[in-house]
Design a protein around this ligand. Structure first.
Ligand code: FBP
Length: 557
């Protein structure tokens, strides 16, 4: 196998750990706080998690460990990568592996292949130092692969337990987002209920940035993904400002939450950036969104600026009230009549079929959006029965509708500019980028922390590394009980326990900063060009966290 010079240099990079995790294991003690309640629906959650509910927050501190032999015992641990790729996953595994070997050279790490399905189906590899060394500080999840299967049914729980027992596992580490960590909590409960001392620890992963709360400052992968997208947006802005003839509509990944779009806007100062959460709060219609774009296009054209950059969060379409209603009705219809629907080939016949089940307003909307978009709205649902937003070309929808509106204005003599456009979608480009120093350090620390939680006998915890706006050596490592981040939510008609997803907070500092500046950015070209992620150089260039993190967690002096 050949490696690029940068990859070779990155293999040699030594991720920064919080000072506490660099101590001898016998000199690290675990401090437990008071019992932590769930954020909501405490009564229901207590019933769901009879064994693991109400555990305390755990923090690692300097001090002699009460039982050094216990933390240094031989451990067999399994690890699973779950869901979409996020930069830094390999370093979580490397940190976990190094921790295990630091505790006891004979400890073993089993990597389950292809996501949770690997645990259910007992497909695995034993990870060796040689393998781990080939993946240190690299992007991707290819060391063991990932998958979106959920451990949900009684058979899947039983199969996972069987696999874990067969390998004599002491613990399973699940690296995933809110849904995967909800599953981790259920698995931890199942093991205890079955009088089986296998511990379960989660690690907060997702480029979407929506797994965060009081205890989890950010999910890993967000930092690298937004920096990758911001580099590309900055390059496009510079091109737009040089050629002065194109409007670029850029859709950005992130599923429902607009954290990625918001951070990219703060890093690049586009002319327009939509925040889905605001669109919902203001109940903006599709037509109002087009008004807003058209207004900026016309005003810039009046100044001779027939160019611009617009950022669109992936989930926008679901937050526009009338589109949301249509998508929900489609999800419900497909849920019930999916098989019959799949047998219909022609688009017209599909529309005719749906006419029986959709409300009049939703049906009219479906008929009136561009055919390509209507077809995308009718594509297969994901395993949870939801529309796959990454496959809907919202950028093209907005371009087509803006073109139409501008043509009307031109006819009325209100607009005389030129409107040439390009649509882009940045998503997969950022999910496997080589982790930034922040993500390389954070992920390695998370993996090491997961080991520490296992070595200290904890189960049902999410590894947490906090104080992330400060230099890495001041980071605080510990664990948060998974049930403390949960509430009950209605999922396809059934009330279920779930880790609460964090959407953009319209009262939060990042949104306020954006809202204060956006009117200026709209008309006055004020682009910022962040450039490529830098891995080697001064800390102010290489180690800066995201603007979201700095604004949300200012360093207290
Ligand atoms: P996770 O929530 O699993 O981390 O996934 C993140 C994500 O990249 C979303 O932003 C995107 O909508 C989705 O995955 C795409 O899914 P897929 O990889 O299955 O196409």
């Amino acid at each position: 196998m050949e490696f690029s010079s940068l990859q070779k240099a990155r293999y040699a990079y030594n991720p920064k750990l919080p000072a506490i995790l660099r101590e001898k294991l016998s000199a690290i003690t675990i401090r437990l706080g008071g019992s932590l309640e769930a954020i909501d629906d405490q009564g229901d959650l207590q019933l769901f998690f009879r064994k693991n509910y109400g555990k305390p927050l755990a923090v690692f501190r300097k001090g002699p460990h009460a039982d050094p032999a216990y933390v240094g015992r031989k451990l067999n641990v399994g690890v699973v990568l779950s869901g979409g790729q996020a930069p830094g996953g390999h370093n979580v595994i490397a940190g976990l592996f190094d921790g295990l070997k630091k505790g006891n050279e004979e400890s073993q790490l089993f990597g389950f292949l292809g996501g949770p399905a690997g645990l259910i189906e007992n497909k695995y590899t034993v990870l060796t130092a040689e393998t781990i060394d080939q993946y240190r500080n690299t992007g991707g999840f290819d060391i063991i692969g990932s998958g979106r299967t959920k451990i949900e049914t009684p058979d899947q729980f039983a199969a996972s337990l069987k696999t874990a027992r067969e390998h004599g596992l002491d613990a399973v580490v699940i690296i995933g987002g809110d849904d995967s960590n909800t599953n981790a909590a259920l698995l931890a409960e199942y093991f205890v209920e079955n009088v089986c001392p296998i511990q379960v620890i989660g690690c907060p992963k997702t480029i979407d940035g929506d797994l965060k709360n009081e205890y989890i400052e950010t999910s890993f992968g967000f930092d690298t993904a937004v920096k990758t997208y911001s580099e590309l947006i900055g390059n496009i802005e510079r091109d737009a400002n040089s050629a002065r003839k194109y409007w670029h509509f850029i859709k950005l990944m992130g599923r429902s939450a607009s954290h990625i779009a918001l951070e990219c806007a703060l890093q690049t100062h586009p002319n327009i950036c939509f925040i889905s959460e605001e669109v919902k709060a203001e109940r903006m219609s599709l037509s109002q969104i087009i008004d807003l774009i058209t207004d900026v296009v016309v005003k810039r054209a009046d100044k001779g600026d027939n160019f611009g950059v617009i950022l669109i969060p992936e989930g926008l379409i679901e937050f526009i009230p009338e589109m949301n209603k249509l998508i929900e009705e489609l999800n419900d219809t497909m849920g019930v009549y999916g098989r019959e629907f799949a047998k219909i080939d022609s688009f017209i016949e599909r529309l005719y079929f749906l006419n029986q089940y959709l409300s009049e307003t939703s049906y009219d909307l479906l008929k009136n959006v561009p055919v390509q978009i209507a077809e995308q709205l009718l594509l297969d649902r994901d395993p949870h029965g939801n529309v796959q937003v990454s496959r809907i070309e919202t950028e093209k929808l907005l371009i087509t509708m803006t073109e139409k509106r501008l043509a009307d204005l031109k006819e009325r003599g209100v607009y005389t500019g030129k409107f040439a456009t390009f649509g882009h979608f940045f998503g997969y480009e950022g999910r496997c980028a080589a982790p930034s120093n922040f993500d390389a350090d954070y992920c390695y620390s998370l993996g090491f922390t997961a080991f520490m939680l296992i070595a200290n006998g904890r189960t049902g915890y999410l590894a947490s590394v906090r104080n992330l706006s400060a230099p890495a050596e001041q980071w605080v490592a510990g664990g948060v009980p998974l049930t403390a981040m949960m509430n009950m939510e209605q999922r396809h008609g059934i009330k279920k326990p779930v880790i609460k997803k964090a959407l953009v907070d319209l009262d939060g500092a990042p949104f306020k900063e954006f809202a204060a500046k956006r009117a200026h950015w709209a008309l006055n070209t004020s682009y910022l060009f962040p450039g490529a992620i830098q891995y080697f150089g001064p800390p102010e260039v290489c180690d800066q966290p995201t603007k979201t993190l700095i604004l949300e967690r200012p360093i207290r002096t």
